[in-house]
Design a protein around this ligand. Sequence first.
Ligand code: AHM
Ligand code: MG
Length: 308
Amino acid sequence: MEPGPLTLHDYLYESKIENDLRYLIDTIARIGKQISYRIKSVELGVTGTQNVFGEDQKTLDVYTNDLVKNILMKSGLVSMLVSEEEDKAIEISDEYFGKYAVCFDPLDGSSLIDVNFAIGSIFSVYKGDSVLGRTGDEQVAALYIMYGPRTTLVLTVKQGTHEFILNDVGEYHLSRRGVKIEKEGKIFGPGDIKACSINKKYNELMRYWLKNKYKLRYSGGMVPDINHVLMKGKGLFTYPSSKDNPNGKLRVLFECHPMALLVEQAGGKATDGTGKRILEIENKKLDQRTPIYVGSEKEIEKAEEIMG
Ligand code: AHM
Ligand code: MG
């Protein structure tokens, strides 16, 4: 009999990572299945509650945050949990205390739920029981689960970046092994273009893309926008600083570090627009933000030259 396609479970086994990290990623993947199902079935709407950044939370935000929290805190695999939706780290009781610290954004791009655009859950994993004082380079794994027409899981355990597709019977199958980002690619995903009205350099960068006939691919969700760069294997995504957001909008722990690791593991670049690698940024506080430029090496260098 022909062997079936390689599953996430097979891949994790083959990668020879520590058993507990393997169980942790398997557990997160199972949570992703539940979220994927809920997105299709749950009643949408704003709950009236706000997250720590003063933004409205949708019903699904609350559901996904509670789901991730409740499953991981009792998994026996986690020592510390930090959610983008909460201002303090979630404590793990002694009986469940495990080996890994996990930062997560349970549902990134939640403002896109009501228009039925793709959204995603992002996870960043560190060994040990702390995340502050550490850099993105210290992550041992990063992944996102993207809920689009199909549900995909894109993972790195620092052995390249790989894509898995969730099939009808609830298995993740390896669909792309060793995703690669080329050095150049005329595709741009410009976050926060309203910043162009006051940020002259960002305005100039936008004009460069338009003049040089780059293709616009921007959905307003960081997960699908960076997923586009990864799966097409070229282009760039940017979210700059602006007068309103001097450090940009996107959070280091929950969004920038894990996405930067996935991009670098695919051979791309991830910087803050001034040449500093995102993965070298130290986690100083839970709600830290940074401007971000990710994608093809030469495109990032060009963007830095114009922004510099
Ligand atoms: P969220 O974590 O509150 O969902 O915000 C993050 C999202 C990113 O997915 C996206 O790149 C960015 O916000 C877009 O924000 P805006 O439309 O405000 O420029
Ligand atoms: Mg987010």
